[in-house]
Design a protein around this ligand. Structure first.
Ligand code: GDP
Ligand code: MN
Length: 382
């Protein structure tokens, strides 16, 4: 689960990290009201799940109500990296003396947490890692031992951050580590972590990815569902209870079972095409599931052909066939369907389809043959 900046800052604040006061608004009148309560100057910040907002014009300072209204109106609806801005964070502006970078993530191969700290924050950290690797201080933390004060202090020294602010920086890093571990995050990142002219440390940006598998420990994480950056296809599919992942290709894929669905994506690639999605309709492929799956794929404008790949195990061939036939009565398909049906009662299932075969519904003898046919049809259609 990826949090928006304001959610990340609320998350950080719960762990005692110093964030600036601020609130979100989805229209300029609301933004102005927030700014007037905070006092000027403020910063108006686009809330989207991508970085680089500053460069895109999505971060604007404002000294009075008119500037807040103007900034908010120009930022709302803006497209930043393919994400449209639906709300802004209005925050008390901070004065910046130095911009640092601080973050924690998992280093799976080292079986440790990895902390990254740099005196060159505020810019794209991957770029710094390439052009000036010495400016980045990494520390690997044993999850059992954790990060203690001495460890944090020598890390701050290694990163050559301001000595005068060392005490506060150590405190912030330990709190950030606490948020990372206790909050079950996969990634926490502050870029920039700033030093103000009077020597205080502040969190100016927040990037947080939470581990979705930890939700049973954090009932409050349910609130993040509504703002997850899913594409419209994924939203529609998940609303129907389907296991769906959107991909970039033109062959819509439906299979029963996650393993078969993944192999289907692979055979489509092997046949020279590319899948538009991964979709597992699960073991009990009933009529509603099949109709829902066909609907979701049919609504994907990139899809040129559909490959339904079913190997009946618990699910019987007749049930699959009936599901497809009923679904075809309910959904008017834009693209041809290639069906491969094997396994339990496949012969019965195929017999049921027989009378409905056409240019829009084609039976394939095998999985590779079905993939090849679907790829060919997708190519012919484009
Ligand atoms: P990003 O571009 O998406 O990473 O957005 P950030 O929240 O990191 O903001 C980008 C840049 O805007 C920061 O590196 C700062 O230089 C600047 N900025 C953001 N908030 C403030 C603020 O309160 N005061 C000042 N002076 N600059 C800010
Ligand atoms: Mn940033």
């Amino acid at each position: 689960m990826d949090l928006l900046e304001y959610q990340g800052k609320q998350f950080f604040a719960r762990f005692g990290l110093p964030v600036s006061p601020g609130l979100v608004a989805d229209r300029s009148s609301g933004a102005v009201a927030i700014a007037e309560r905070l006092g000027f100057p403020v910063v108006v910040k686009a809330q989207v799940h991508v970085g680089g907002r500053g460069k895109a014009g999505g971060i604007r300072p404002a000294r009075n109500a008119e500037e807040v209204a103007e900034a908010t109106e120009s930022i709302l609806g803006m497209d930043i990296g393919g994400h449209s801005v639906k709300c802004v964070l209005v925050e008390e502006a901070a004065e910046i003396a130095a911009e640092y970078y601080a973050g924690f993530t998992l280093d799976r191969s080292a079986r440790r947490y990895l902390g990254i700290l740099s005196a060159r924050g505020g810019v794209d950290i991957e770029g710094v890692a390439e052009s000036d690797p010495d400016a980045i201080a990494k520390t690997w933390i044993d999850p059992v031992e954790g990060l203690d004060e001495a460890g944090a202090r020598s890390w701050v020294r290694a990163a050559r951050l301001d000595e005068g602010a060392a005490d506060e920086l150590v405190e912030v890093l330990i709190k950030l580590y606490g948020a990372f571990v206790e909050g079950d995050a996969d990634l926490v990142e502050i870029n920039p972590l700033i030093l103000t002219p009077d020597g205080r440390v502040r969190v100016l940006d927040a990037k947080v990815t939470l581990d979705g598998n930890s939700r049973f420990r954090h009932p409050g994480y349910g609130e993040y569902d509504a703002t997850q950056p899913r594409d419209v296809r994924e939203r529609a599919a998940h609303a129907r209870g389907l296991q769906y992942v959107g991909l970039e290709g033109t062959v819509g894929v439906i299979a029963n079972g996650a393993g078969l669905a993944m192999s289907t994506v692979d055979v489509v690639a092997q046949a020279g095409g590319s899948a538009a999605n991964f979709l597992d309709i699960g073991g009990g492929a009933d009529v509603d599931t099949m109709a829902g799956a066909l609907e979701v794929i049919n609504n994907d404008p990139a899809v040129r052909a559909i490959f339904i790949n079913i190997f009946g195990g618990i699910v019987k061939g007749e049930v699959v066939a009936q599901g497809i036939l009923d679904a075809l009565d309910r959904v008017e398909m834009r693209s041809p369907i290639v069906l491969r049906l094997d396994g339990t009662n496949a012969t019965e299932g195929r017999a049921m389809i027989e009378s409905r075969l056409s240019d829009m519904l084609i039976l394939a003898d095998s999985m590779p043959a079905g993939a090849a046919r679907a790829v060919e049809l997708a190519g012919a259609a484009s």
